[in-house]
Design a protein around this ligand. Sequence first.
Ligand code: NAD
Length: 393
Amino acid sequence: MAIALLIGLPRGQRGPKPPASTRVEEVFGASRSLTKAPRQKGKFPMKREVLDVEGWREVVAFEDDASGLKAIVAIHNAALGPGCGGTRIRPYGSFEEALEDVKKLSRGMTYKNALGGIPFGGGKAVIIADPKTDKTPELFQAYGKAIDSLEGRYYTAEDSGVTEHDLQIVREQTPFVAGVASEGEGGNPSPFTARGVWRGIQSAARFKFGAASLEQITVAILGVGAVGMELARLLHTEGAKLIVADVDQAATAKAAEQFGAEIVAPEDCIAARADVFSPCALGGAIRSGEIERLHAAIVAGAANNQLATPEMDAALRERDILYAPDYVINAAGVISVGLEILNEWCAEEMNARIDHIGPTLRRIFERAEEEGRPTGEIADRMAMEIISRAAAA
Ligand code: NAD
């Protein structure tokens, strides 16, 4: 089903940009209340403010006194379709901090969705709350109403601090939610993400070493959690040799027992004698002083923001290390969400789309080599080209 049918508008006719109003610093300020958006006047049960943020399609702040909800939804670019990306809950120190985060995250989703091949723009939402203490059914009910008020211009899903159970409550209020498992739909994306990383490593090894398979290739995986452990299984099945590291010793012991993996300390994993370094734990796995310690000729893993700064992409290139841009190789989760929204989710389609991550990376590697530029920069440019073509069509 075309996304245009879902949102009830033909592609390219998504209405004018909503009017800008209050300055950022006025929102959530102690002495000011928000005004209700005119469209919702008399009906909408909470404060809602459209923020004027240059370069973003739409940014809306919500505040509900009854439930304590304070949220910001940011749609960065809508050329490919409605904004799509998860909701993050964090106890941000200030509204400005939350706004900066949702801007950065929603812009990242624009690139990720474009190169993931799904017809969605970049969107993301943040709820300012402590996920350990502040989550209540009322909070998610209010959040569902907030999402619903955007009338399908933004689809949400899980992100850090938000569980499938939380999203089920949101879905009682709005259909614009994905990532809530039901028959025939994706549910937990980790196995799919692992498959995408595996395909990405195959593509990188073929490009860098001319390797027809991963047999005899050594991969060092930092973090054998949901994604890393499944990745280890896939690599082991193909005959790769494994080195693993994790702060969780039970996880590394399991990988050693099941896949014959060698165990190293987390701080030594980056320097392990491997062909591929695969960061699958937290972000920032590669910091500036550490590039010199890298033994591997390829960096390809699931972790988001695995380079401490985007410029390190160029430093990797200088050392002739091939970097598979994180948001390309770990895109299976959003691909699943996209197919779910389009009502096109099935395992065959999912696997076919994930397997396409390999050729997408190959194009990035080739172009980076042709132009003598870092792979991350090339990926961003290719995403923008897809978006520009859609905007011009
Ligand atoms: P997870 O929490 O299941 O696994 C992370 C593992 O890393 C855990 O075993 C944990 O013990 C380990 N770890 C944490 N800190 C560590 C450290 N300092 N040193 C070594 N190990 C450490 O998470 P996951 O779902 O497997 O995701 C892994 C990464 O991939 C995350 O960065 C996540 O944001 C990213 N990612 C995941 C998905 C997905 O579908 N799950 C999709 C896209 C991106």
